[in-house]
Design a protein around this ligand. Structure first.
Ligand SMILES: C[S@@+](CC[C@H](N)C(=O)[O-])C[C@H]1O[C@@H](n2cnc3c(N)ncnc32)[C@H](O)[C@@H]1O
Length: 317
């Protein structure tokens, strides 16, 4: 995924490229009947599914009533093992698309809702880092109301709900397809959230409906949501509207630099009358993994800091 500016292909071009790859991939898979081949294709550890290896997870078998397109089951369920101190089952189930599975309807939805399809492509590495950061700082969410923006499959929101004593977690995105997945993941973890109220929410950063949630949240979180410059203004406006009118409320973003897109977003924060701080060494384990990857660890070929290493951005009033 690239930052969007005049030098890179338009979103529609990228969508068609992803669709073409998915269709090519499908015709290859027709020749593979072995179930192991299917497992290989959807494994997070497979080619193209790089991670910082922070939260152990494995593929979990799912029943046959999953969403299917043209006879192909498109969904996968992953089981994350959370090192949680809450007196609950440490397993967290997350529904998502299988790798490289796209359908024409994805692109129709993108056009209809003025959204990109990055949320259904995969959980991005920044989401893993955000989730891990939230796990490591679970205390900060005690009795807080939290909203995740541009959540994609919503791992971080689910992790906060499962591993902290947050009073409320809203997991939002502007793409209705990922909202369906989030809904299913919430339903798949009925015992995991204790007294924390967890809800999915369709929320586009350019929509006025955000007014109904105005100044309701202590903490806003987001990962890899600053690459799309077209929505910078709307995203800053949304953060400002959602955060409680208190000096203790804050937004926690994890984003790679991605060319000048993060810098442009910082400019927009200042224009919006908010303050921010940035950090690259926010966690020893993530930093060490970053150093290994920079040395050329083969588990993540083509790793480079600009597009892959998420910086921590804290935004406040
Ligand atoms: C790169 S993905 C990141 C998803 C997830 N946070 C992750 O890191 O895996 C960007 C997400 O932002 C959502 N998004 C993009 N533009 C949006 C907008 N204007 N309003 C709301 N959500 C938006 C997309 O649907 C997508 O889920």
């Amino acid at each position: 995924m690239e930052e969007c500016n005049d030098q890179v292909p338009k979103p529609s071009t990228l969508r068609w490229k992803i669709l073409r790859n998915a269709l090519l991939c499908r015709s290859q898979s027709d020749e593979k009947s072995e179930s192991q081949e299917i497992i290989n294709r959807i494994s997070r550890k497979g080619k193209g599914n790089q991670s910082f290896d922070l939260i152990p997870c494995h593929l979990h078998p799912i029943s046959s009533d999953n969403f299917e397109v043209e006879g192909l089951t498109m969904d996968a369920c992953y089981c994350y093992s959370l090192p949680t101190s809450k007196n609950i089952d440490p397993n967290l189930f997350l529904f998502q698309r299988r790798d490289n599975c796209a359908s024409i309807s994805d692109f129709e939805i993108c056009n209809k809702y003025d959204i990109d399809n990055t949320g259904v492509v995969c959980p991005w590495p920044s989401e893993e880092v955000l989730s891990y950061f939230c796990l490591s700082h679970a205390d900060m969410f005690r009795s807080k109301s939290v909203i995740e923006l541009g959540a994609g499959y919503g791992l971080a929101g689910l992790v906060i709900a499962a591993a902290s004593e947050a009073s409320e977690v809203v997991i939002s995105d502007g793409n209705p397809q990922v909202i369906d997945y989030i809904q299913r993941s919430i339903a798949a973890n009925p015992e995991a959230f204790g007294s924390t109220n967890v809800t999915p929410k369709l929320l586009h950063w350019n929509q006025d409906e955000v007014e109904t949630l105005s100044h309701k949240f202590d903490i806003v979180i987001a990962s890899d949501c600053t690459f799309f410059k077209k929505f910078h203004k709307g995203l800053v406006r949304t953060v400002k509207l959602l955060l409680k009118d208190s000096c203790f409320s804050e937004a926690i973003f994890f984003s790679p630099k991605r060319g000048d897109s993060l810098d442009k977003f910082l400019e927009e924060i200042t224009k919006g009358g908010l303050r921010y701080s940035m950090s690259d060494k926010y966690d020893d384990r993530v930093w060490m993994r970053h150093q290994e990857l920079m040395k050329g660890d083969q588990s993540w070929p083509n790793y480079e800091a600009n597009h892959c290493y998420p910086l921590l951005l804290k935004i406040s009033r």
